[in-house]
Write a protein that binds this ligand. Sequence first.
Ligand code: ADP
Length: 611
Amino acid sequence: MWSSRLFWRLFLTYASLTVVSAVVFVVIFLKWQQEAVAAEVRQRVQDEAKVFLNVADPSWADADAPLEELRSTWQPKLEALGREVGTRLTLVLADGTVLADSAADARRLENHRDRPEIVEAMDVGVGFSTRGSRSVGEPFEYCAVRVGSKEAPRGFVRVALPWTPFAARLQATAQLVWSTAFVVLVCTLGLAYWLAWRLVRPLETLTAAAQAIAGGDFVQKVSVTNRDEIGALAGAFNSMSRELSRRWEQLQASRRERDENSELMETVLGAMREGVVVIDAQQRILYANAAAGPLLDLPTMQALGRSLFEVARHPRVQKVFEDVLAGRVPERVEYEVPRTSAIVALIASPLPGQPPAGAVLVLQNVTELRRLENLRREFVSNVSHELKTPLTTIQAYTETLLDGAIDDATHNREFLKRIEEQAERLHRLILDLLSLARIESAEEAFELLPVSIDDTVRACVEEHQAVASGKGISLVTKPAPDPVMVWADEEGIRTVLDNLVGNAIKYTPSGGRVLVRWHIDGRRAVLEVEDTGIGIPQQHQSRIFERFFRVDKARSRELGGTGLGLSIVKHWTQVFGGSVEVRSELGRGSLFTLRLPVVSRIIGASPHGQE
Ligand code: ADP
């Protein structure tokens, strides 16, 4: 309150107005009072002078009578009369000589010719003067009346009323008026203070509340009890604050919702593998999600604000954009990112508006898709080719037999044997294809169980022993000191081993050796199939796990190979969460190494728990 400028302005304005009016009123009043008293005194002194003139015997103004005689007559008379009426009476001769005086000895009084009342009376008949008496000492109101004409004056009667009682009355009045004015002033100042307070206080409350609202605290309620415009203002303020607070809440809620939505949108767009790019009608990139960066071959942040065609310079992209803006349904286009050679498919949709305000582009990296398509195409052609060869052979032999060779006792059995061989080859091929298809289609669904490497290798070696011996190959094992269990599918691991051991025997010449050994290396079981066979040239070692890849096609076929064995091995080891690799030296032999997750001794441990 004390710091409120409005308060002080109001209060000081009231106060100064009140003080000035009070002072002006008192001064005017006292002035008027003084003038009224002065007029009254004059009137009285004049009346008394006239009475005195009538009462006095005019013989005193006899110019011929001796002065002392006259004086001795009139001096006592005047003294008696003066005492009686309580007024000073003076008789002055025409030349100014004081004849008699009720309050002083006339002989000692100086000539009164130059007294203002005498001078004035000489001129106009009656003269007044207010002054301190040189003879008596106190202030008097004098009134002199001329006796005789102006041209021939005979003398003057003068009456003097003492001012003291009137002055005392005036002073008492002034005191009363001043003290009354003071009391009124104090009350008025108190009232002014209260009025200013009453006006400023609610305004201060409102200001504080408004400042709080400006500072963001919208829940404000001012309690102002005034029943005037300020009260109405406070009421309006309270409802405004309520409304503001309600609107603010709504705004906050909708902003929260929007933030959540945009966060959700950002998360969804960020998690998308497809690139999403929003461009305006001038082709400037307004938004690009994280996946869009690599597809535009540019960090996402750098893409913003740039023109799409700076980023993806391809006439087809330009065409798609033009189609979208023209309202045509754009085709899906594919283009190649120059630096990475990635193939990107682009689909565009217009943004709302007529013409569209821009477009949303969805970019998809289809490089892998295209690669897989190529693989599939290649695979189909390989399969067809692989199937065609034995079928053609079977067909040829069958026709030869039908054409009469069936009766040729020396060749017919041989032809039939060839047919059987090719049928067998077809059978193996189909079995391998089915096996591959099974692994690929059910990669996730295999239930991995602990499988004993010792048992599996033993069974496998037993099965291949006869063939190995037949070829003069020694097939031996070197087990780990302790039994080894791995997480695998029993049939799957058996297939893997069969393929590796079968290949080793197949590609090892007579007199060679095939060794199967295994041990544990940390959390992995390491199973190695080593042979002293023909080996694999260095440049082919990375490709032998591809489907239908064979170093020497004719030889493989001759040996009954399908070209799918190692591919099956690789797929199975992936299913088991393991790996397979080859080390080989041409003419000296090959070493295939399998690494599989080992089953720890803790019961219930899973392969993934062990990783
Ligand atoms: P295939 O049925 O022809 O044996 P695989 O997929 O099992 O097909 O093997 C692919 C190719 O890898 C074989 O054709 C062969 O050239 C080569 N290969 C596989 N194992 C051996 C090995 N132990 N020694 C030499 N070459 C091998």
